[in-house]
Write a protein that binds this ligand. Structure first.
Ligand SMILES: Nc1ncnc2c1ncn2[C@@H]1O[C@H](COP(=O)(O)OP(=O)(O)OP(=O)(O)O)[C@@H](O)[C@H]1O
Length: 267
């Protein structure tokens, strides 16, 4: 992880309401350079809305989002989209275009935003495909012809298309079997290490938190209750946190992480 202490993203005083439903009230959060930040919270606590607010897909009712020390809300549309290109987003269901092949899906942002020719874009798409751990022949398939795990990897390849500085992942391992989920976790970590990315990762997957997250932010009561290293978060005196981290599934994930660490030490 980078030693720079200046946050890459600073969310301050974020307010999001839908009618009478208050989702966020004065929420603050930092994303540090090079970190994998896990974002957890009960269903409906506003993890996806937070992600969408940061990447510019949802306009908050109040508050600021500073990215690379620039307040994105203060920019006009064109200036803002220049910054937003530095975000790669993997949506919950992949969100690939079903009428395009995987290669065409990955090439699309390169043609539209980087103004590359189709052949250059498809060549680069092949590289992103390989980075995401997919074989070259997967590029010629349509999303409906891929397994769930391959769709996630294809969507990750598209999120990487424009060489983002920050990767936003919304429940990337949801729906994957445990082996596929563990492999995807390692892929994210490898990409972070190799490309120096920062990763904002919304998840319900305790194994992911233990395996790859540098810090964990807990959303509760319309704000970030705590954002810290996992052991400190798990020790926090809060009912939801205790149920989540120290319930049967949390203890099992912690034990697996401990066993894996011991195996690495003795190997
Ligand atoms: N566009 C919208 N219009 C109205 N309500 C919305 C909208 N988007 C989100 N919400 C509401 O905001 C709340 C937070 O939604 P969000 O999807 O961010 O939750 P989440 O923490 O990601 O949940 P989950 O873990 O179940 O995916 C929910 O009550 C949701 O119904």
């Amino acid at each position: 992880m980078s030693t720079t202490t200046q946050p890459l993203v600073q969310v301050r005083g974020l307010v999001n309401r839908f009618g009478t439903l208050a989702v966020h009230e004065n929420l603050d959060l930092d994303i540090m350079p090079g970190e994998i930040l896990g974002v957890v919270g009960g269903s409906g606590t506003g993890k996806s809305v937070l992600l969408r607010s940061i990447v510019g897909l949802h306009r908050p009712n109040a508050g600021s989002v500073r990215v690379f020390d620039v307040d994105l809300q203060a920019l006009n549309g064109e200036e803002r989209s220049q910054y937003e290109r530095r975000f790669g987003v993997l949506f919950q269901r992949g969100a690939l275009f079903s009428s395009l092949t995987v290669n065409e899906n990955i090439a699309l942002p390169l043609i539209e935003h980087a103004k590359l020719s189709r052949s250059d874009a498809e060549h680069l798409a092949g590289i992103k495909l390989a980075l995401s751990g997919l074989p070259p022949h997967a590029g010629n398939k349509y999303p409906s012809e891929l397994s769930g795990g391959m769709v996630k990897r294809a969507a990750l390849a598209r999120a990487l298309a424009l060489d983002p500085d920050i990767l936003f992942l919304d429940e990337p391992t949801a729906g994957l079997d445990p082996i596929g989920a563990a492999a995807f976790d390692q892929l994210i970590k490898t990409l972070r290490d190799a490309l120096g990315l920062s990763v904002f990762l919304v998840t319900h997957d305790l194994d992911t938190l233990y395996a790859i997250c540098d810090r964990v932010a807990v959303l509760s009561e319309r704000k970030v209750l705590i954002a810290d290293q996992l052991d400190r978060v798990a020790a926090t005196d809060n009912d939801w946190i205790q149920d989540y981290f120290n319930g049967p599934r949390g203890r099992a994930a912690a034990k697996t992480a401990g066993d894996n660490a011991n195996r690495e030490v003795s190997a």
